[in-house]
Design a protein around this ligand. Sequence first.
Ligand code: PXL
Length: 281
Amino acid sequence: MQAAAHVAVIQDISGFGRCSMSVALPVLAAMGVQCCPLPTAYLSAHTAFPHQEKTAFLDMSGEMEGTMGHWRALGVELAAIYTGFLGSEDQIGLIGRFARAFRSAGTLMLVDPVMGDHGKPYRTYTPAMCARMRELAARADVITPNLTEAALLLDEPYSRVPTDRAGMSAWLERLSLDGRRSVAITGVSLTPGQVGAGCLDRESGGIEFVMSGQEPGQYPGTGDLFASVLLGGLLRGESLAAAAGRAVEFVRACVARTLAVGTPVLEGVEFEPLLGELTKS
Ligand code: PXL
């Protein structure tokens, strides 16, 4: 019997609205991973909610620094480092140092370059943060940008997002940095009614599009859900395309359920009742 893998989960905790840490921890736990949370910031609610001027925001950079020292003293070993939404520009450099301290030959580094959606950066993401995110993502083994983030990483306008297989394959190649990192772009739609992920696996060099039926709804936090399921699959030894296929189907099922239940869009998807699906290999 094998011990659960340790994974450092580096992203914010949002108090209301399912996203980031409150999605990553249950998903990875259901998939047999021991999560080691390293919160970047606390927000009272994610950034898409109204009354943003009332947001309680705590930057946790100081605690991140302290955690690094403590974990070093404890000799913590990590099977994966998983980063998502970050609270400030300086944190991106701090995570670079974290990776140098804790990454060994067998550590998988997944950077979800959380920066924006629907063609626009998130409210808290400055151009300087986007530039630093590009540097962090350059060190990753796997990145999981949505279409907006893919455009930001490539410094292309959102209007140039490819809509066909050849164009998307060219973006995947560019994002792989000459095959040095694997890439899964989310929110890709090449045929009407189908949506999924475009994947370039650096192990094989192959490009695959894993698609499923498109549900008529869009929810915050689905990128976090995708990246978390993908990582759980990779840690189980699945190929990038197999893990992405599992993640695409899980997100679709959660969206379908949420539409059926009719809960508010900003609260994100009802993934909790479906977590049992992830315990199956
Ligand atoms: O789902 C990405 C995300 C994570 N964390 C916070 C966010 C968002 C997207 O809006 O606001 C705080």
